[in-house]
Design a protein around this ligand. Structure first.
Ligand code: ATP
Ligand code: MG
Length: 601
């Protein structure tokens, strides 16, 4: 069983805690079963008038001592066993997070965020219960049942024990089936609840769209359905509980009644003493919990094992992209000479659609390559492949003459400063966001990068300047402000960490042409010998590049400098003419918006 092997790895580290906890648990159980015997002795002593004050006090002191041991023992087992289970939960959670961060994009494309969240919350909780409460219950119930039954037979009477235990057996078996039915209903309830949370989350994050399309009433109607379902599932659970709980009382009552009748009969006929009769009643009460616990243990074991299975599944997920046998660890840094050799690529989950076809380009160190092309042409796929978010066959992409699969992954990714098309800022200060990929977090360096990215003036206007928190917990930046913050972040990587390659994926689309000019001019001053790839839709962004690659449906349609491409009567020239015409029209119409003005992304 790989689940048990996995769990044992963690349990072993806390073996001492488990051992001490189980000893404490055993001591508590062992002492517990003596208490009714003592009350029995007192009763007998009183009934037969053989007990003097000194004798009574002795027993009282014994009971107090036992109470103290039980209290200490209870604290002990909770402290050790719950402590161990919490530590293991923490360790697994940490390891799971570390493991998830190694997995490649393919894994994240295939798994929903909600499912991953559930592994971190529900599944881990079930495992914690399995390794904590369930271990305790299983051990406790078994020990308790054996000890109590032995006492019943030894101290009181065999026949009476059989009579009292028969109705309790119903609890023992009934609880197992109850647990199964309950588990099913409970899961349905959980699912309904997680659907409800999903729906609220989706609505809140999409509220702008919902409002803009005036869909509030529809969302409300859909939500009413979900809350109704949640209520139904909750009632489903409660109804079963409401049915079973009185039934349980009935059975316990029945058992007490039989004990009373038959025990009374035995006591009257002098076969057992009054004290034994009193003690026996306590023992019957002590048996109820272990009988129930066994059934509960079974369901919680099956639940915990299922969760453990899912967690083990994550750990068995191997990252597709890692350093391997062919990695050459002597490659510590790169200069930035990139070559694509007949690069052909399809995304792993859609192998039949080739996104890039036979693309061959060389970019020497310090040169700028621009990539332009219609939407969906495969432009963003290029940086993903350079960063090795997806793998391509050997030799199709080389940097400094090394196949990128030979370059250690950390070296490769440290060498590329990329402004992704879907730029992302964390809910953190602007300073931390900009310094994100750099070891140098100093404000002066951050400010320098921000000036180069033409975002410093905007930031200076915020009351808290670089300490301004962005994202969900703070200020909402405009699309263009976000883009320029991302550019500043990439420039920190170039400047601070010395990355030799800069990639801007549609990173200037939300800034006006003047700002764009300034940023592009600043880029030239950042680092000599910086290899740059600029992906854009606007000719104005890319016309100064050393080489321009026109991609169309994954194929290199045209390749050359701005002037060369204009000479040809191709896609580039028609794009250029169209954009020139648009520009003229805007200039003639003064009410028109400036080209590519800031908009909220
Ligand atoms: N993760 C993915 N899995 C499968 N297919 C993808 C994935 N990402 C992109 N594609 C597909 O690959 C093709 C190229 O996408 P890509 O993002 O490279 O286009 P693009 O040129 O950057 O477009 P845009 O100008 O709109 O940014 C598209 O047809 C897209 O549907
Ligand atoms: Mg793109």
């Amino acid at each position: 069983m790989k689940e048990l092997k996995f769990a044992f790895r963690y349990v072993r580290r806390h073996a001492l805690q488990y051992l001490l906890g189980i000893i404490a648990l055993y001591v508590v159980d062992y002492v517990n079963v003596f208490v009714p015997e003592f009350t029995g002795d007192i009763t007998d002593g009183l009934a037969t008038s053989t007990l003097n004050m000194a004798g009574a006090m002795e027993i009282v002191w014994k009971i107090i001592l036992m109470g103290a041991i039980i209290a200490l023992g209870r604290f002990g087992w909770r402290f050790f066993l719950f402590g161990a289970a919490r530590s293991i939960e923490k360790e697994i959670r940490q390891d799971m997070f570390a493991h998830l961060s190694t997995l490649s994009m393919r894994y994240y494309n295939q798994h929903k965020t909600g499912d991953l969240m559930a592994h971190f919350t529900n599944d881990l909780m079930a495992v914690r219960q399995l390794l904590g409460m369930t271990v305790i219950s299983a051990f406790d119930a078994t020990v308790m049942m054996i000890l109590v039954l032995t006492k019943m037979v030894q101290y009181v009477d065999m026949r009476l024990t059989v009579v009292a235990v028969i109705p309790l057996m119903v609890i023992f078996f009934g609880d197992y089936f109850y647990g199964k039915a309950m588990h099913k209903r409970f899961r349905a309830k959980q699912e309904a609840f997680s659907q409800l949370t999903d729906q609220v989350q989706e609505t809140v994050s999409g509220i702008r769209v919902i409002k803009a399309f005036v869909q509030e009433h529809k969302e409300l109607a859909a939500f009413a359905l979900t809350t109704q379902r949640t209520k139904d599932k909750n009632l489903h659970v409660v109804r079963l509980q409401a049915l079973v709980m009185p039934l349980l009382d009935l059975i316990i009552g029945l058992s007490s009644l039989l004990t009373l009748l038959y025990g009374g009969y035995l006591a009257i006929h002098g076969e057992i003493s009054v004290g034994q009769f009193v003690a026996f009643n306590s023992y019957v009460g002590m048996l109820v919990w272990p009988m129930m616990a066994v059934g509960e243990c079974m369901t919680s074991i099956s639940q915990g094992m299922a969760s453990l299975g899912r967690i083990v599944g994550i750990f068995h997920e191997k990252p597709d992209i890692t350093d391997g046998a062919q990695t050459d660890h002597s490659i510590r840094s790169l200069k930035g000479e990139i070559a694509l050799n007949h690069l052909t690529f399809a995304y792993p989950d859609q192998p039949e659609t080739t996104v890039l076809k036979d693309v061959s380009v060389r970019i020497r160190q310090g040169e700028t390559l621009a990539v332009i092309g219609r939407t969906g042409a495969g432009k963003t796929t290029l940086p993903s492949l350079l960063l090795r978010l997806y793998d391509v066959p050997d030799g199709m992409i080389t940097i400094d003459g090394h196949c990128i699969r030979k370059i250690p992954l950390a070296t490769l990714r440290e060498s590329i400063a990329c402004v992704p098309q879907d730029n992302f800022l964390f809910s953190d200060t602007l300073q931390s966001n900009i310094a994100f990929g750099s070891d140098d977090k100093a404000l002066a360096s951050v400010e320098h990068a921000a000036r180069l990215a033409c975002i410093h003036d905007n930031i200076a206007e915020f009351p808290e300047q670089y300490a301004t928190i962005v994202g969900e917990r703070g200020v909402t930046l405009s699309g263009g402000q976000k883009q320029r913050s991302s550019i500043a972040r990439a420039l920190m990587k170039v400047h601070g960490a010395g990355a030799p390659i800069l990639i801007l994926d549609d990173a200037l689309s939300a800034v006006d042409t003047d700002t764009e000019r300034n940023i592009l001019d600043n880029l030239k001053t950042v680092r000599s010998g910086l290899t740059t790839i600029i992906i854009a839709h606007r000719i104005s962004t890319i016309q100064d590049a050393d080489h321009i690659l026109v991609l169309d449906d994954g194929v290199v349609e045209e390749y050359g400098s701005h002037e060369e491409l204009l000479q040809r009567d191709g896609l580039y020239r028609s794009l250029f003419e169209k954009q020139q015409l648009e520009k003229q029209l805007r200039e003639e119409d003064p009410t028109g918006q400036p080209e590519g003005g800031e908009h909220n992304a």
